[in-house]
Ligand binder design. Sequence first.
Ligand SMILES: [Zn+2]
Length: 340
Amino acid sequence: MTEGVEPLLERLRKDVVLVAEGYLFELERRGYVKAGPFVPQVVLEHPDAVKELHLELLRAGSEVMVAFTYYGHRAKMKAIGREDMLEELNLKAVMLAGEVARQGNALTAGNLSNTWKYDSKNLEESSKVVRAIFKEQTRWAVQVGVDFMVAETFSHLGEALLALEVIKEKGLPGVITFIPLQEKSCDGYLWEDACRILDENGADVVGLNCGRGPDTMLPILEKIREKTNCYIAGLPVPYRTTPEQPCFFDLKTPGQKNAFPVGLDPFLLTRFEMADFAVKARDMGVNYIGICCGAGPHHVRAMAEALGRSVPAGKYSPDLKQHPRIGSKEMTYCFAPRGE
Ligand SMILES: [Zn+2]
């Protein structure tokens, strides 16, 4: 536990907790992560880039620095032939998150993700592999020091339950979230039922992250709120998903090409739309509010300010009155706005 920092469950009891994720996408845009494998080697190859992004998100109002170990697990590292990096990468990622968190009264979270190894048809064997992956990553997170664990983007309730079991064994709070790509989990549960079952099994925070934009995630969050007693989490992607194209995997550019993952820019939501999501989610009873792949610090700052918070990056929040072209009449130089 980080000394002198208010723990997650205490914060949630009093107010919503704001959390920025989306490290893979943002570091890919910045040229430090390869789209496709999406493995966080950047932690060892360019640690300053990871630290800088943590810092930007902290200044924008994120209360949690999530260690960048997403897909930094044994199965993925093995798939790219870099299992040798595994332990050092996990330890370093938690160190970087912690260093930045301590600069701003934020919490440090360890991070587990779906392994791609869970197989409902081969439960016994695959559960062994998955459990071992979660155990070693959790052990490394605890070794460096985390306040809680985030376990995310699960498509199977069974895999999420394994993550919960491993986190609980360590006595840590856990935030467990599903990626709602379809109407049900791959093992056949409606998302609200999957979340209720996690709740019944002792999860502290359950919900959804990634995959869907606010418009197609909020209706599911509403059902989860109705069925679940524990705290709930909602971290959509900042993309304009629709009932016809509910996930960012479904979005198509005019030539009908898949926009995911590197052509999504035309669908990116504005900071105002994400701010609007934060307020709607809070009013609906979502407790752990955030943003996933596609997030930029500007989204996070707007969400924080919409929730009534004052954040370090707020010093530079827009003040368009001071703009010579679109500001007040007195400030207008020789250009008048069109139509005048
Ligand atoms: Zn995401």
